[in-house]
Structure formats: structure tokens, C-alpha cells
Design a protein around this ligand. Sequence first.
Ligand code: COA
Length: 330
Amino acid sequence: MTLNTPDTNTHSGLLGLGVYRPARIVRNDELVERIDSSDEWIRERSGIIERRFAGADEDVASMGTIAARNALADAGIDAVDIDTVIVATFTHKYQTPSASAEIAANIGAVNASAFDVGAACAGFCYAISVADALVRSGDARNVLVVGSEKLSDVVNFDDRGTAFIFADGAGAVVVGPTPEQGISPTVWGADGSSREVIIMSPDTVTAGREGVPSLLTMEGQRVFRWAVGSMGDVCKEILDKSGLQAGELAAFVPHQANIRITDALVKKLDLEDSVVIARDIQHAGNTSSASIPLALHALRESGQVTKGQPFLMVGFGAGLAFAGQVALVP
Ligand code: COA
């Protein structure tokens, strides 16, 4: 017995990009006292100069909604023409319903299916892979992908290893049909045997019952060694699958985890000076699933990349999960 396959022969690509950066800028000096640190130490060890924290009345869905509206406007697409909304996040305040369902309702995407992706800092690139497959298969025509995080809700500001790293924000793209393929095959994976390296504990269920906040813990050195030790090869595999040479890239947009990780990867990839390197972490901190669209947007706003240019993105973090693609700037 054979069932129908979707009647499609389409390519997919990024059609629009939008972001939301919370208004409140938090400089290192505001955080150092509780962790016996200094502005100088934080800049040198992480690259972070300042980050943004959302207000008490803001959350993953409200920030993602603004980023989503901006991405739709950038793509010139109406919300009613979105078939699927995917949100990458691990700081949405409800286990269910999803942030994606809330954002779809907020923007008026009344025809959309909606679900969240849980792959922490790799989540945005996981969601891009799913969106690309949905569009090419014909199961969806336009897909809205959002990365949104309010990490200031789950960070322990007395923890020296995490208090200065994580921050809040949201970014979104529209993935839809294009005349030529604008998203490369994905390279991805996960290693659950190292799940304790970055973990939110107590889990949100226990936290809700006991009324204690969910706090994120991280073994910073292990994350650092894993990222520097293995993401270079992952990036090379992404390039290989894309069919491009490193010199053909306009930009490298890795997850903004730590500027020393970015610098180590740039060295491993032996990128030419002509390749623009995203260093949004200096002003945005580590916003997990939002960091890649935020960093790409900053490059586009400053004119360092323009529409149609190829860039390599790679996300990595808790799981330990990773994913990446080459795509063309929307
Ligand atoms: N401020 C000042 N000093 C600090 C400090 C802080 N916030 N945290 C640690 N230190 C001190 C330690 O006490 C230690 O001092 P000692 O040498 O006198 O014993 C020294 O700095 C080194 O500590 P260590 O824990 O080894 O720091 P590190 O060099 O590993 O840097 C991180 C810590 C968190 C910056 C680093 O491990 C890191 O960036 N890891 C990757 C994190 C990441 O990217 N996470 C996101 C994944 S998505």
C-alpha cells in the first residue's frame, strides 16, 4: 500500500529576521559584589561587558512575540500565512501549554500549528532544521522560528560560575519557500551521558511544588573543554555538507556562549580576515537559544553582512546538544 506524498519540489530559506532586546542594560559592576568578582575578570574570561535583563512584566512569550512581529514585518508576510510556529526555549514559565501556542495567538497566526523545542543553547539551530524540513516536505509553507529566553529568572546571582554569563532576549526568523536552497543540511547531535554538566535543578515541577526557584548550574570548565574540543570539527562538517569553502563565508555566527570559545573556534577553522565574526556576547551576554538570531541581527544592522550572503551558525550547550547549518542572510 502506498500513501500520498506531498506534491512539492520546493527549496527553503530564511525570509525575514527580527529581534527583541530588553530595555534594561546591566553592567558587570552591578553583579560583581555578590560573586566577589570584577569587571576586568568578567571581560577577560567571558568577553561580556554588559547584558540585558527583562522586566518583571516580561517573559519568554512576550519577548518572543515582539521578535516574531519584527521578523514577519521584515519578511513581508502576514501572520495568517504562517503554518507552524516553533519556539526554542528552556525558560518558558509553563511546562505546558507551549510558548509557541501563546506567541501564535499573540501575533494572530490563527492557521498555525505550534510546538516548542527543548535543546537549550542548540535550540535555535534544531528548530531551523525542523523548519527547513517542514517547508521542503510541503507540510508547511511558512514557518516562524523563535528563540526566546528569560535566563535572569533561573540564574543564581550568588553563583560565581553563572551569575555573569546568562541574560535575556529573543530573536526570530521566518523560514519559507525560495527559488534556490538557502539553508544547508544540518549537522547535529546530543550526548546525554554528560547531562549533569549544565542542568536546571530543582526541576521546574519540583520547584513549583516547593515554591523554590529553578536554578541553573554549570560545570564551566567541562563545557568550555567540550565546546572548544569538538565544535571545530562540527563546524568543518557543516561547511563540508554545505558545499562551501571557509573562504566563501561572509560571517561566522556561533552561539554566544563565551568569547574565548568563539575565538578558539575561529582559530580552529582558520577563517580568513574577510569573514565577519559575531561577538554580540559583549553587549548581550549569553542568551541561549536567542543568541544566534540576536547576533545575526546585530551584524545585519551594522551593515557587516547583507541579504543573500552565506553565514555559518552553530548552537551548543546543555544536553549536551549541538546543531548547525550554513544559511543565507535574510
Ligand atoms: N570572578 C572572579 N574570579 C572567579 C570567578 C568569578 N566570577 N569564578 C571563578 N573565579 C576564580 C576561581 O576562584 C579560580 O581562582 P584560583 O585560580 O585562585 O583558584 C579562577 O578564577 C579560575 O576558576 P575557574 O572556575 O577555573 O574559571 P574558568 O577559567 O574556568 O572560567 C568560566 C569560568 C565560567 C568563565 C569558564 O569556565 C567558561 O566560560 N566556561 C564555559 C561556559 C559557557 O560557555 N557556558 C555556556 C554554555 S552554553
